[in-house]
Design a protein around this ligand. Structure first.
Ligand code: PHE
Length: 344
């Protein structure tokens, strides 16, 4: 049988020369793409040539196969290289039209969130009274959030409907009062702390409720701390925050971890002159001290020797009133048009 190898191999050489010069001449991305299709596409020249392989003898096939493969590799490499050259040229051309001597666009500096501003102000006031900042984890044990706070297992606050439980039994703290416990377990009295932080409840989110909100806890434990100290501290704080004309009202209430307990209402012209409910507070229940002592393994919080007060404010409602916002969700939406109104 007559060998076809020389004919085919010269066709391959021919095609290589043709393809490489077409690629070299392609002056833009479109022309290059056309060249790629013309030579490497499904019905391109290289593929057509490969079909000719079928007529070859067994001995010739591998030789020609290799030549064709080499051709394909060479053409592909030339296409790729030309493509990157064209990209670099196109980028340079685009940049050439930019006037780098023009002034840039200044990035916005941002501003503090109204809640952050409120927390900062509150912390400053309490610092002047000698309160230090304390902290605790958002993911809490049931013991820190409930048991140690004299809140037994059948208390409604522990209901699954109200609380986000994790599969391992821990939960997202329902109030910052757990930080009272953490602070006392870790430190002997005297204690004088405030603790701003997030709290979580399974509330339906609407204009006045969020499932995550911000509280500020306070705790003062020392020999002979009295209800008068609590009242004086609260009044001082809110008059510093809203002005001397601010009225405070203590309404008897119930919390498992304070006795007696109160809710605090406040009225000030700065907030529209209406009574608003702001906080819970009370004298630390001796049962809480006993539970802390058990954990500590000592009697540092002897209810006969120390007493204390605790309070917890909801900060979101305060921030709403201060900023005149009617929908609490605006505090979480990070809408810059809203936030930029409150730059410090
Ligand atoms: N933890 C209570 C709440 O979230 C508030 C509170 C704090 C009450 C401290 C008394 C003492 O409703």
């Amino acid at each position: 049988m007559e060998t076809q190898t020389p004919a085919l191999s010269s066709q391959i050489d021919q095609l290589r020369i043709e393809a490489l010069s077409a690629i070299a001449e392609a002056s833009d991305a479109l022309a290059l793409k056309e060249a790629r299709v013309r030579y490497l596409g499904k019905t391109g020249s290289v593929s057509l040539l490969s079909e000719g392989m079928r007529t070859l003898s067994k001995e010739e096939r591998p030789v020609m196969g290799k030549l064709l493969n080499d051709l394909r590799t060479t053409v592909t490499a030339a296409l790729d290289e030309k493509e990157s050259v064209l990209t670099i040229q196109a980028d340079a051309a685009a940049l050439a039209s930019i006037d780098t001597s023009l002034p840039g666009t200044a990035p916005g500096a941002g501003s503090l969130h109204p809640l952050t501003l409120l927390v900062d102000r509150a912390v400053q006031i309490f610092r002047r009274l000698g309160f230090a900042i304390a902290d605790g984890p958002d993911i809490e044990s049931e013991w820190h959030c409930f048991d140690a706070l004299n809140t037994p297992a059948d208390h409604p606050a522990r209901n699954e409907q109200d609380t986000f439980y994790l599969p391992d039994g821990r939960l997202l703290r329902t109030h910052t009062s757990s930080i009272q416990i953490r602070t006392m377990v870790a430190n002997p009295p005297p204690i004088r702390i405030i603790a701003p932080g997030a709290a979580y409840r399974r509330d339906e989110v609407d204009a006045t409720h969020l499932a995550q909100f911000t509280q500020m806890e306070g705790l003062y434990v020392a020999p002979s701390v009295s209800l008068a100290d609590l009242k004086g501290t609260i009044e001082f704080f809110f008059r510093e925050l809203f002005g001397a004309g601010t009225e405070i009202r203590f309404r008897p209430h119930f919390f498992p971890f304070t006795e007696p307990s109160y809710e605090i209402d406040l009225r000030t012209e700065a907030l529209g002159g209406k009574w608003m409910e702001l906080a819970g507070c009370g004298m630390v229940d001796p049962a809480v001290f006993e539970e802390v002592n058990k954990k500590r393994g000592d009697n540092a919080y002897d209810p006969e020797k120390v007493s204390g007060f605790a309070f917890g404010f909801g900060l979101d409602r305060l921030a709403m009133n201060l900023t005149g916002v009617s929908d609490i969700r605006m505090l979480t939406e990070n809408d810059l048009r809203f936030l930029s109104r409150f730059t410090a």
